[in-house]
Design a protein around this ligand. Structure first.
Ligand SMILES: [Zn+2]
Length: 446
């Protein structure tokens, strides 16, 4: 019998004895994330060359959000948005290796105050505690980079290494009488699909027919093999979680941002606000969540904190920029919500600029609502529009908004950006030579 089962039996006997119901056990929260993961690289999202049975099975068990977006195509800043429900100018981690403000509530800390134990296993150099500060509230923050990813550096841990580290920790915890009864917030982050894209033998998709190959097809093919590989290790980890974490749990699967693969003349992520960077997969399963449902509404990473806290019957901070999506499985009520994305340069990572840079506008900002998108480029001083109902790939910029809104679309974007609380870290550690080397190898220093 499982630990939970034994506790339940004991609890039932005790409750009968004192004639009062026991409070239900608090559910665990498991956050499984994959860096640089395009939704369309997953079978559940229609990826034709995907072999992703673990993630597809989670989608069949829970609710899949068809139209989820990040706030920015950068790892540290995007996770900071997830854990604070704030946009990057407000939480302060606007670029990789820039520190998040220390005076705003974060998910792990909020859960810790209600008795949760929190553990994170990360695999991307930019998530190191001394860079972004996302370790706040975690009792255990595993950032051991032990495997060489490639000749350049060790900035990524492989999926097998991360999954095994999390499993070892869970096994040890399960054997600890004092801790296994506590609710757990577990975050495990995989980074394999991040460039450089490696060919994962045994996980490669079928070769595309010659006539469909086009420019960059090998890179896309290798990228898909990395995604399939991560799915395999997510499966191994999920089995360990089933075995070692007793009691009810919510599982959230998400990515921090997508990846442009030649669209709009760009390979990579972070600098623009187009859909390949902005769109992410997002799946949620757990007690009371309907199985196999798909939600069309526009949602985003800023909705994660209020949603999770709502599910756990905890109050969200007043400052949140997102909304709760509870009841999960219903299309959110009310008007279509505006959704904003930011694109920013990689620099400002180096010591001097980290210490003294005044607030600087990002490269691009965008707003999407009602099937229309407006994009403002600060460096080019241009504003263009897209009619997403006929041009979902954002390939045909318009000079005027495709919808009549009051106030107009462009004005809404300007007002949002003007009124957004902005914060620039004026202090912080100067990056070590090792940090600079690793961040360069990730392509994060211009
Ligand atoms: Zn990332």
């Amino acid at each position: 019998m499982s630990v939970a089962g034994r506790r339940l039996l004991l609890g039932t006997a005790l409750a009968a004895a004192i004639c009062a119901p026991l409070p239900a056990a608090e559910p665990h929260l498991v956050l499984l994330s994959v860096d640089t993961l395009r939704a369309d690289a997953l079978g559940a999202y229609g990826g034709e060359s995907a072999t992703t049975p673990t993630i597809d099975a989670l989608a069949a068990e829970g609710v899949l959000f068809e139209d989820a977006h990040t706030t920015i195509g950068k790892t540290g800043p995007a996770f900071a948005s997830m854990f604070t429900s704030l946009y990057p100018p407000t939480h302060g981690a606007r670029r990789n290796a820039q520190r998040m403000r220390s005076d705003i509530p974060v998910l792990a800390e909020i859960l810790g105050q209600t008795g949760y134990e929190a553990a994170a296993f990360i695999s991307n150099w930019t998530l190191r505690a001394d860079l972004v500060g996302l370790n706040r509230g975690f009792d255990h923050y595993d950032e051991e980079f032990t495997q060489a990813r490639n000749a350049v550096g060790v900035m990524e841990r492989h999926a097998d290494d991360v999954a095994r580290a999390a499993e070892r920790w869970l096994r040890q915890r399960a054997g600890d009488e004092d801790r296994r009864g506590r609710p757990l917030f577990l975050w495990v982050h995989f980074s394999d699909p991040h460039s450089p894209y490696l060919e994962r033998k045994g996980f490669t998709p079928p070769l595309p027919p010659r006539e469909q190959r086009g420019s960059g097809w090998q890179r896309r093919w290798r990228y898909q093999s990395e995604v399939n590989y991560v799915d395999h290790w997510l499966g191994r980890l999920s089995e360990a979680i089933d075995e070692l974490l007793a009691g009810p749990r919510y599982t959230l699967f998400v990515s921090d941002h997508g990846e442009s693969m030649g669209e709009h003349g760009y390979w990579g992520h972070g600098k623009n606000v187009h859909w390949p960077n902005a769109r992410i997969p997002m799946i949620l399963a757990g007690p009371g969540i309907p199985e196999g449902r798909r939600i069309e509404a526009a949602v985003g990473v800023v909705d994660i904190l209020p949603t999770v806290l709502d599910l756990l019957e905890l109050e969200a901070p007043a400052s949140v920029a997102g909304r709760s999506l509870v009841p999960i499985g219903d299309e959110p009520a009310g008007e279509a919500r505006p959704r904003y994305v930011i694109g920013d340069k990689h620099s400002a990572l180096l010591g001097r600029s980290r210490r003294s840079a005044p607030y600087e506008d990002p490269l691009q900002i965008s707003l999407e609502v009602d099937g229309a998108k407006v994009l403002h480029d600060f460096s080019k001083r241009t504003t263009v529009y897209f009619d997403l109902t006929v041009d979902p790939e954002e390939e045909r910029p318009l000079q005027a908004p495709p919808v009549d809104l009051v106030p107009p679309l462009g004005r809404r974007l300007v007002n949002w950006y003007r009124d957004l609380p902005k914060y620039e870290a004026r202090s912080g550690n100067v990056l070590s030579e090792e940090d600079v080397r690793q961040l360069k190898s990730l392509g994060y220093i211009d």
